[in-house]
Design a protein around this ligand. Sequence first.
Ligand SMILES: Cn1cncc1C[C@H](NC(=O)CCN)C(=O)O
Ligand SMILES: [Zn+2]
Ligand SMILES: [Zn+2]
Length: 491
Amino acid sequence: MSSSSSSELEMEIFQYIDGHQSDFIKDLKEWVAVQSDSVQPDLRKEVIRMMVLVADRLAALGATVNSVNLGSHQLPNGQDLPLPPVILGELGRDPQNPTVCFYGHVDVQPAKKEDGWKTDPYTLTEINGNLYGRGATDNKGPVLAWINAVETFRALKLVVNFKFVIEGMEEAGSLGLEKLLEEENQCFFSDVDYIVISDNVWLSNKKPALTYGSRGNACFFVEVECGGKDLHSGTFGGIIHEPLTDLIALLDSLVDPTGHIQIPGIYDSVAALTEEERKLYESIEFDLEEHKKNSGVKKFLYGTKEEILLHLWHYPSLSIHGIEGAFHEPGIKTVIPSKVIGKFSIRQVPHMDLSVVKQQVVEHLEGVFSRRNSPNKLKVSMPLGAKPWLADVNDPLYKAARRAIKKVFGEDPDFIRDGSTVPVARMFQTITRKSVIMFPIGAADDGEHSQNEKISRHNYIEGTKVFASFFLEISKLHRHLHETSNMEIKN
Ligand SMILES: Cn1cncc1C[C@H](NC(=O)CCN)C(=O)O
Ligand SMILES: [Zn+2]
Ligand SMILES: [Zn+2]
């Protein structure tokens, strides 16, 4: 394909996308209206209904669709709940074309108007160029942007073979997905060349980015229990070792006020910081003030861009999330809870080892606890462990995505990592051994998981163009690579 015909085709595609903006927004409005919250059991039927919409949408594209039933799972209370199916889709099988597999999820985080939303979370509402609604950026918007980019091509001619993996349990830990990927590795994934995930956001509100790494996470429960029942603090306060007092001491021992994790050995295997990596961070556009504004806090632990990025991407961090069993409602209750469970997690970076981390945490907590001479029962567990992910930025995927961004947004993307965890990136890479890219189209202020989640109309529509342009670029690069390697074989 000559470059002039490619740019004509591109113009035609961009015009098509601009001309169909209102259709694309209508699609998103329909999807956002489904309360596909995978976290709350009583909304599971909505997630399942959402999966039917996705299957229908892909079928309308002309794709072959397989809704894989994953059975059911058990809640902690013993209740059996059906899992939504994972949708495997396939469109185009031209051996000349590269096969790009897109992963996305259409379940969402819980949302209620009373949580502090300005608009109804399940009614997509446009205000000042922003499309507000639960799932707008995480992840229904990007999934639809991809599907609509494919649609645009279908009206023309496919240059890429498409595969789709769309799930409905991402916000609840992608139950059953890993097993499915393993089972399908030799089948569905055998002819896949590249895997694209668009389930994160840029580092900035305005500057596009490509993501080549994400941190893992080790989640911990620390449980302290005295006896079988809650006690009255007037009757027992002052004469017993209280579980919540023990637990607060344990939690307080984890991290100091400067953010430094206090668990001995935890930083031992963190990759050494190279001059190269430090340089990489210097060139990244990152506005500390903007980031602070997005977060709503007054002050960060670090004052420079480089330190902030290092502590989001290169170093582990420890966060305390909550205490199960502690009294948390408004008002006064003079109880001594008998059993409390602290929840915290440690973000993982190369080359930390989850089993070593677990052992360090257990030993540290047991040590702190034993110095308290408490007769209470201590239990430490790690219910979830996800390893970090790093990609090779020299992969053709990154080159193609970079060109597409340059074409649509008129500037080169920043190459960034993500401080949060996208377990599927690592999962796809480890199981399929294909190259994986995280290709965000949402902006830093989209508010994933937060109140007033949004995607801007601009990002949604230009993101659709970026994906369409990416199809052209990856197909050109792929052909070129294959022509070159065929020549090498002949010589
Ligand atoms: C559930 N869980 C426990 N440990 C890590 C996670 C995943 C979660 N992932 C995201 O939020 C995706 C962001 N685009 C996170 O990083 O907290
Ligand atoms: Zn997501
Ligand atoms: Zn999410």
